[in-house]
Design a protein around this ligand. Structure first.
Ligand code: PEP
Ligand code: MG
Length: 603
């Protein structure tokens, strides 16, 4: 918060004028919408325990206190799990399962018990000092996902501490929240906070920290309320009871909005509401262009629970199931567990196709406990199909589970990071071996499961004509295709400006892949983030994509866009786009078509 704005806030508070000054603070919008209400500010006051020496005879009592506090905490978390499961669904409740795991970590608990004895100190201090060390170590890892998960461990630790102290309901905002609709402001929101909230009354979130994968953002999007993160010094600039308007489109927090501001946001809300309704009204409409080209619009998911979203947004099955997420948990999933999970997904979406990408471990997704030195260039190293072809036991386990699930519905198996036809042939050979094993065991499966290759390495795109005869489909992974073709790390902020999906080289690689697909009679789709960018849909349709796979919540908008386009007109532009050398110009050319076809949904 800059000093000028702070002065304005303080000045406005002191003068007590009838018309208070409007103040605007900028943050990042992570969930869209507009909300206007009084803010309820949850302070970050938290007393760290101090080292209190105890008598040696009191060690057993302290350990007992710790055990009681842990038991109580587990019970509270289980209750929250049940509540969230009913109100928000399994995906959100899973957070609390993670909390329970923290409490059941025997190494951590042993360390706390040891510290009580070796330091002859109270359980509060011993517990907090062990947990703080873990929290600091996790914070030090340069990984957005991990650093945002630190909040879970902090949340659990504070709850245990408050139970040790006998504080009622600390760690959430229970008992203190307003009885009228309100906007919640906080340094950060933990899963316990959001579980304890009266979600009918909360109209929006503002936090000082967090990113698009933070719980604040995830929960806000699921509740479909606006959320703004990254607003510094909330406690210095806001007081509970302040009149606040949240602009979840532009990331603005407006304190004491003027009459004119309120009116303009009311108009904006009416406009956006009408557009959203129009988009949702077409939820069940055929996904085809104005000239009748059908596009398969499917969903990208990471977890089985997301099937509910696939159904509710009416996606045509799953175009990319990133199966490696199940392997990133502490224990490697068994064939039985995988069969059950995959089977449930396939059965719920039957008769639509579910494309499972075989595990894409490596790169930034390392299997826990993977031994050996860190690789110098992990994205160019032991990743995707390369990893699977060497870890055949792990690969076969997954392939057998996928085949077993195929008895319950339509399964597609897709190999990631293919760079040559030999890898596809080898992958298929192992798949055939699994089929033989299952047949010998008398286990039923669909012998016709579709097999596809992800085209995300430039060599695969260039050699697509050789790979196509070996597979049933191509799915272009533009996230990696752009990174590898342009030599631009997809997660490195300092070269982010060079990450250009509309680079002429990318157009040529997609075009070549599409041509190889159609010449060999197989379908070609895109499952990278390009498919969810409304500005690029004319380009992708023009390049001849048969399928687009996007996040479930993006499905209605992408369908809306597709239905406003003429595929022949888009295709007729391709030769002009090929003459352009500047990625910006190509972007503007496709955006121009999008703007003329569906300006109302473009930002
Ligand atoms: C891609 O690379 O475009 C893709 C969809 O795979 P991931 O983002 O999981 O690497
Ligand atoms: Mg990829």
């Amino acid at each position: 918060m800059n000093a000028g704005v702070r002065d304005l806030v303080q000045g406005a508070l002191m003068k007590e004028e009838t018309i208070r000054k409007e103040i605007r603070m900028q943050g990042s919008a992570v969930s869209s919408g507009v909300a206007h209400a009084k803010v309820f500010l949850r302070g970050k006051t938290f007393r760290e325990p101090v080292r209190e020496p105890i008598e040696a005879s009191e060690i057993a009592r302290e350990r007992e206190r710790l055990e009681d506090a842990l038991t109580l905490t587990r019970r509270q978390i289980r209750e929250m799990y049940e509540k969230v499961l009913v109100e928000l669904g399994a995906e959100h409740a899973a957070i609390f399962e993670a909390h329970l795991l923290v409490l059941e970590d025997s190494t951590v608990l042993k360390q706390v018990n040891d510290a009580i004895e070796s330091e002859v100190t109270c359980a509060d201090y011993a517990f907090w000092s062990v947990m703080s060390r873990y929290i600091e170590a996790l914070r030090a890892i340069d990984d957005t996902y991990l650093s945002e998960r630190v909040v879970d461990i902090e949340d659990v630790s504070r709850r245990v501490l408050s139970n040790l102290r006998g504080d009622a309901a600390q760690g959430g905002i229970v008992g203190k929240q307003p009885t009228e609709p309100f906007i919640l402001g906080a340094h950060d929101l933990t899963p316990s906070d959001t579980a304890a909230l009266d979600r009918k009354l909360v109209l929006g979130f503002i936090t000082e920290v967090g990113g698009t994968t933070s719980h604040t953002a995830i929960i806000a999007r699921s509740l479909r309320i606006p959320a703004i993160v990254g607003v510094p010094d909330l406690e210095g600039c806001l007081r509970s009871g302040d009149d606040v308007l949240l602009d979840g489109y532009g990331g603005l927090v407006i304190v004491n909005p003027s009459e004119a501001t309120r009116r303009s946001y009311q108009r904006l809300q009416e406009e956006k509401g009408a557009i959203e309704q129009r988009v949702l009204d077409e939820r069940d409409a055929d996904c085809e262009t104005l000239d009748g080209k059908k596009i398969v619009l499917s969903a990208n998911i990471e977890f089985a629970e997301e099937v509910e979203d696939v159904l509710s947004f009416n996606a045509k099955g799953v175009g990319l199931f990133r199966t490696e997420f199940a392997y990133l948990e502490s224990e490697r999933p068994t064939e039985e567990r995988l069969t059950e999970e995959y089977g449930q997904v396939v059965a719920s979406l039957n008769p639509d196709l579910v494309i499972f990408r075989t595990v894409d471990l490596g790169g930034d997704k390392l299997e826990p406990g993977r031994s050996g030195e860190p690789e110098p260039n992990p994205f160019l190293g032991w990743r995707g199909i390369r990893y699977c072809l060497q870890r055949t036991e792990l690969f076969e386990e997954q392939l057998r589970a996928l085949l077993r699930a195929s008895a319950l519905g339509k399964v597609g198996i897709m190999f990631p990071l293919i760079s040559s036809v030999e890898e596809v042939i080898e992958g298929k050979r192992i798949l055939e071996r699994c089929k033989k094993q299952l047949s010998a065991e008398g286990v039923s499966f669909d012998s016709e499961v579709q097999v596809g290759a992800m085209i995300e390495v430039p060599s695969a795109a260039v050699a697509a004509d050789l790979i196509a005869p070996e597979v049933d489909f191509f799915s272009i992974g533009t996230n990696d295709l752009v990174q590898y073709s342009l030599a631009v790390d997809r997660i490195n902020e300092s070269v982010a400006h060079l990450y250009q999906p509309t680079h002429p080289a990318i157009l040529r690689l997609i075009h070549h892949t599409a041509k190889a697909g159609s010449e060999n009679g197989i379908w070609v789709g895109i499952c990278g983030e390009m498919a969810g960018d409304l500005n690029l849909i004319p380009l992708l349709i023009g390049l001849g994509m048969d399928e687009l796979s996007v996040a479930p919540s993006q499905v209605p908008l992408v369908r809306y866009a597709i239905r406003k386009l003429d595929a022949k007109v888009c295709a007729s532009k391709v030769s002009d786009w090929f003459k352009l050398a500047d990625p910006e110009e190509i972007y503007e050319a496709t955006r121009a078509i999008a703007l003329s076809a569906y300006p109302e949904v473009l930002g």
